[in-house]
Design a protein around this ligand. Structure first.
Ligand code: AMP
Length: 422
């Protein structure tokens, strides 16, 4: 996966190359396509994940699609940030990624004289990055008019709410035109933050980033073709043979998550399950035990795993493949955190073959196939994806971009037959 695969235009690609960035981070990979398509977005992402480029790049690209000059004090883009430091950083990103474009941006915040900011505004700025207080101040004085805003970004909403900016943000939003694109980012997503964000958005896409700029390339991914009824044996085999210290296993349903955890415990693997039917206490306990290393394996459903913040997950195992390919990226992004390399194993049965195809389409990579004693030729050749080339992206992606990662590399030899208690 490269930025070119995401259909990023040449002047932005050149700026990225100059910075030495060739591969998008997970949040960039997930957020850029829907943003280029004009969707609203809610992103759970911390600083350090590459989230700024995830919104700056598509915004600049969409502005290029319709070039127009911004009258004095009437920006096309408004980014609200809670602190002056963050506002300045975002301004720097617009400068860096937009260095081969001719947009004018301005960062405004309080605590400094307003004169120079007003002067810049009077010359016309396309992109305004602001803290709420100074923005409202200059709006009240008539220096800024938000009627021309096409893109509204609210960064670090959780901090914004913590710092008591909620009323200010509402006032800013009420001055925005109804027809606009809105992008909200938050490091955490409490119910309050979520409800607040959703109240300003139209049918948003949700994305969540792992806490790292580690790209999918940092994660060693492989797929195991296996029949449904051999998945337990395969999981046990991997756990027995492999160096799997802290393993997050994903199952499709709550019931299956419970069954897998029970099977593991019967086989003397310390494991627990978390899902929506568990009480908050049970979940907290399971998370605590997993973090402290008391249990080796945590079996989870996608929803229960949302927001899980655990470092040092050595392996993610997709016991069931997700039917939404974005979930695959979310799931495997939980390993390889903090720049460490991680490993992701995916079990694919015949009825999951089309899910694998969708994943490979999204990531534009063929996942390498692992050899193992439970191999199912039926699963491998099931209708749905076999030998189908990864089709081009929405518009201009070439097959050249398809990276085939050491297909068919043999997995370590395993000699004994696995005995599994069910
Ligand atoms: P952010 O999360 O936006 O604060 O970005 C964190 C850091 O990652 C910044 O220093 C960015 O310049 C850098 N960064 C952004 N995108 C990428 C990328 N695709 N590859 C490597 N580093 C990146």
């Amino acid at each position: 996966m490269s930025f070119a695969n995401l259909n990023i235009i040449d002047p932005l690609l050149r700026a990225l190359a100059k910075e030495g960035y060739t591969t998008p981070t997970p949040i960039q990979m997930l957020a850029i396509p829907p943003l280029l398509d004009g969707k609203d977005l809610v992103g759970i992402a911390q600083t350090g994940t590459g989230k700024t480029a995830a919104f700056v790049l598509p915004i600049l690209q969409r502005m290029m699609a319709e070039r127009k000059s911004s009258p004095p004090g009437v920006p096309r883009v408004l980014v609200l940030a809670p602190t002056r430091e963050l506002a300045a950083q975002i301004g720097q990103s617009f400068a860096t990624y937009g260095q081969f474009l001719r947009f004018r941006h301005l960062v405004i915040f309080g605590g400094v004289r307003q004169g120079p900011q007003v002067q810049m505004l009077s010359r016309g700025v396309d992109i305004l990055i602001a803290t709420p207080g100074r923005l409202l101040d200059l709006m009240n004085q008539g220096y800024i008019e938000l009627k021309g805003v096409e893109f509204f970004v609210l960064d670090e909403i959780d901090r914004m709410l913590d710092m008591g900016f909620i009323k200010d943000v509402r006032r800013v939003v009420s001055a925005l035109p109804k027809k606009r694109n809105s992008l909200f980012f938050s490091a955490t997503m409490s119910q309050q933050t979520g409800e607040f964000a959703e109240s300003f958005l139209t049918d948003p896409v949700h994305v969540e980033a792992p806490h790292t700029t580690c790209t999918l390339d940092c994660i060693d991914q492989s797929v195991f073709f296996v029949d449904q009824n051999s998945k337990n044996s395969l999981l046990m085999e991997l756990l027995r043979e492999g160096d799997m210290e802290r393993v997050l296993v994903f199952a499709r349903t709550k019931h299956r998550a419970d069954k897998v955890a029970t099977m593991l415990e019967k086989n003397r693997i310390r494991a627990d399950a978390i899902h929506g039917n568990k009480s908050q206490n049970q979940r907290t306990k399971a998370m605590h035990n997993f973090k402290s290393g008391h249990i080796q394996v945590l079996v989870a459903t996608d929803i229960a795993a949302r927001g899980i913040d655990i470092d040092d997950i050595t392996h993610v195992v997709n016991y069931d493949l997700p039917n939404e390919p974005e979930s695959y990226v979310h799931r495997i992004g939980r390993t390889g955190r903090a720049g460490a390399s991680g490993t992701a194993f995916s079990f694919c049965a015949a009825d999951e073959r089309s899910f694998l195809r969708d994943i490979e389409r999204l990531t534009r990579e063929q996942i390498k196939v692992a050899e193992h004693q439970f191999h199912s030729e039926k699963a491998k050749s099931a209708v749905g994806a076999a030998a189908k080339p990864v089709p081009p992206n929405r518009s201009r992606v070439t097959q050249r971009s398809l990276q085939t990662k050491s297909m068919g590399k043999p997995a370590p030899r395993r000699s004994h037959t696995a005995r599994v208690a069910y």
